[in-house]
Ligand binder design. Structure first.
Ligand code: ZN
Ligand code: ZN
Length: 259
């Protein structure tokens, strides 16, 4: 991937490999702009993220690597932040970073993408879950707190698909994303999950393109070997829809690069 903005580190307690190993893998795959966006600390679900006390070390380690590898690759510093009203923390929202990814992993406190809580899918109407998810994405965009939309249709992770038209359900969220000036990530992690396709789907990406929403690329790597996996597939998808430039962020400003 020419740009790869969403990658983790072991600080989140569910990723492996050192920062150096991630960067080596990115250099080998000819990535030009590589961002770390580990799960930001939060007072909810703390076991799957770094602690507030670890932010300084994380930022320092990434910035040291940025210097060390500056002739080979541009390293960027970010966080993946949960959009969860009542639990977002100023220390994260105001962090001195290149960008923040806004992600929805919880609906009313339910970690819908966590296999531990998959049983809850049986207890509710699937269409209503999907609509609630996209309504939350819309709220996230309207909050104007974030630069990049994380895995737009993560709700499909276990392949519990709705009967309603997905593009129609997601359109208000996409319009809010456009109005907020956010960048949409093409995230390949979905290929590694039951759903077996990237986030977002081609039909949602077509709608995003029609709305003139800019994109970026993401491995969402939780292991160094996941860096740039499915690169060919995701670039082909982006081109097939009409995209020819991707964005990276430096000091909260978006910059385009052709691919
Ligand atoms: Zn993760
Ligand atoms: Zn995520």
């Amino acid at each position: 991937m020419i740009v790869d903005m969403h990658n983790h580190t072991p600080l989140c307690n569910h990723a492996e490999g050192t920062i150096e190993e991630y960067i080596q893998a990115a250099i080998e795959s000819k990535t030009q702009f590589f961002g770390f966006s580990d799960h930001a600390p939060m007072d909810f679900d703390p076991q799957y993220r770094m602690k507030f006390e670890e932010m300084a070390q994380y930022e320092k380690d990434v910035l040291l690597a940025q210097k060390k590898y500056k002739n080979d690759i541009e390293i960027l510093l970010g966080y993946e932040v949960d959009y969860l009203p009542g639990h977002m923390d100023e220390r994260v929202l105001n962090a001195d970073v290149d960008y923040l990814i806004g992600s929805v992993h919880f609906l009313e406190g339910w970690g819908f993408d966590n296999p531990e809580f998959i049983g809850k899918w049986e207890e509710q109407n699937i269409d209503e879950i999907w609509q609630k998810y996209f309504d939350t994405i819309e709220d996230m965009a309207k909050s104007r707190l974030f630069d990049i939309v994380g895995h737009l249709d993560l709700i499909k992770v276990f392949k519990f698909m709705p009967n309603s038209d997905i593009v129609k359900m997601a359109t208000p969220a996409l319009k809010a994303i456009k109005e907020a000036g956010m960048v949409l990530e093409l995230n390949v992690a979905g290929y590694r999950k039951k759903v077996g396709e990237p986030y977002p789907s081609k039909e949602l990406l077509q709608k995003a393109y029609a709305l003139n929403i800019p994109i970026t690329f993401s491995s969402d790597a939780h292991k160094p070997e996941q860096i740039a996996m499915y690169n060919a597939e995701i670039v082909t998808l982006a081109r097939s829809v009409g995209y020819s430039e991707a964005f990276y962020f430096k000091e909260r400003k978006a910059h385009a690069i052709s691919f």
